[in-house]
Design a protein around this ligand. Structure first.
Ligand SMILES: [Fe+2]
Length: 401
């Protein structure tokens, strides 16, 4: 990046930080705890909804998670249609198929139930339903002119925070390149965090999605756009994840740990609403795109290496975290920051997350690093990592396999 571009980039980051600081907080109704999904259905009926589209995926329908909520809707006089065509990394074609079901059912609200893919699909259907143009036209920032139909969400993973974030990630149906649809109007109006729906989540997915939430919270906390509101959410999420993720991983039926993790993912999502993501995601996205490595797992593996690579720029912030979490009682910022990174590494080990990537090919390193540097240069990161920096991280990931 040239000197002039760097100055423009810094001025843009400073201006946006000031704008975000004075943006109103995201307002939504939260139901939490065992049975809260039924409470949310009661709330939806109480809002005058008569015809509801449920957006989900086939595995959740086959697990029997959706039917009790449909039955409860019937009891309350809300006619449901279920669109279960959501797949991982949903495309605009999937959104269009869901929108067609929405129209045929003459729905007046959307309830998304599932992981980030189902909630992102539900958000985009709800926005396309009121804006009168093809869903792909929503790509970008602030393209949602009219408020979406009332949108509700029940997450069945604790990671993306999509249930409270302003954006949705939808892939192009032909190229499978991911597009970002972002608008404050896309935040669901009410959410249920029901730990009883999370007990069947396999340990590996619990670990990966939980580390995604941790990455959101850390990247928000070290972002140059982090403000006091974001800092409170990020700190709460980081504390809760270090305590409860190992418990949820060890015992999927631990309802307290599941509930705390769902709240933590939610808080981490609220934190990135103010800051966006950072260098860790910039690299992890490339690993997902080229090798299909699950998003949370890619974040988990590269997180400690990227923190090391950007150490000078974020040491004081990581040191704060180490002290608040009790990972470092004394010593310099540098020592405390290293203690924090060591705890991230230890957490990965407790979750049986590998320290390297066996799918990573040495021949791909330069292209992956260039793409990560391009993505990182558009984000409010504590320091811009050049291509060489990301290449260095990838080389270390090769060595430890
Ligand atoms: Fe993420």
């Amino acid at each position: 990046m040239t000197f002039i571009k760097r100055v423009i980039h810094k001025a843009y980051l400073g201006m946006m930080a000031a704008v975000i600081r004075f943006m109103p907080p995201d307002v939504f109704t939260l139901f939490a705890g065992e049975g809260s999904s039924r409470q949310l259905v009661g709330h939806i009926a109480g809002q005058g909804t008569s015809r509801l589209l449920i957006v989900s995926d086939k595995p959740l329908v086959e697990l029997g998670l959706i039917q009790p909520l449909v039955a409860r809707c019937d009891e309350l006089g809300v006619a449901c249609a279920v669109f279960d065509g959501v797949l991982p990394d949903p495309t605009f074609s999937i959104v269009e198929a869901g929108l067609e079901v929405f129209r045929q059912h003459r729905a007046d609200a959307v309830l998304a139930i599932g992981g980030g893919s189902s909630i992102d699909t539900g958000k985009t259907i709800a926005a396309a339903a009121t804006n009168g143009f093809a869903p792909r036209k929503l790509e970008g920032y602030f393209k949602v002119k009219h408020p979406p139909v009332p949108l509700y969400a029940i997450p069945t993973t604790s990671g993306t925070g999509s249930e409270v974030t302003k954006g949705a990630v939808i892939a192009d149906s032909d190229t499978h390149l991911k597009a970002y649809v972002a608008d404050p109007k896309m935040v669901p109006v009410a959410v249920a965090l029901d730990p009883a729906l999370l007990t069947g989540l396999p340990p590996a997915i619990t670990a990966a999605t939980g580390m995604d939430a941790l990455t959101h919270a850390i990247e928000a906390y070290i972002s140059v756009w982090c403000n006091p509101r974001c800092e409170r959410y990020a700190l709460a999420a980081i504390k809760m994840i270090f305590t409860h993720l190992p418990r949820a991983y060890q015992n999927g039926g631990d309802l307290e740990a599941r509930e705390q993790m769902s709240l933590a993912a939610c808080y981490a999502g609220l934190a990135i609403n103010d800051t966006n993501i950072g260098n860790v995601h910039a690299l992890a996205h490339q690993l997902g795109r080229v090798y299909g490595i699950p998003h949370g797992l890619a974040n988990a593996v590269v997180l400690p290496y990227v923190l090391e690579e950007t150490f000078d720029a974020c040491a004081s912030r990581l040191a704060n975290l180490a002290r608040v979490l009790g990972f470092s009682e004394s010593g310099s910022d540098g020592e405390a920051a290293r203690a924090f990174i060591a705890e991230v590494v230890a957490l990965n080990q407790r979750l049986n997350i590998a320290a390297g990537l066996d799918k990573l090919a040495a021949a791909d390193v330069e292209d992956l690093a260039s793409a990560a540097a391009r993505e990182g240069s558009r984000l409010p990161v504590p320091v811009l990592v050049p291509r060489e920096g990301f290449a260095s991280v990838l080389q270390r990931l090769l060595v430890v396999v």
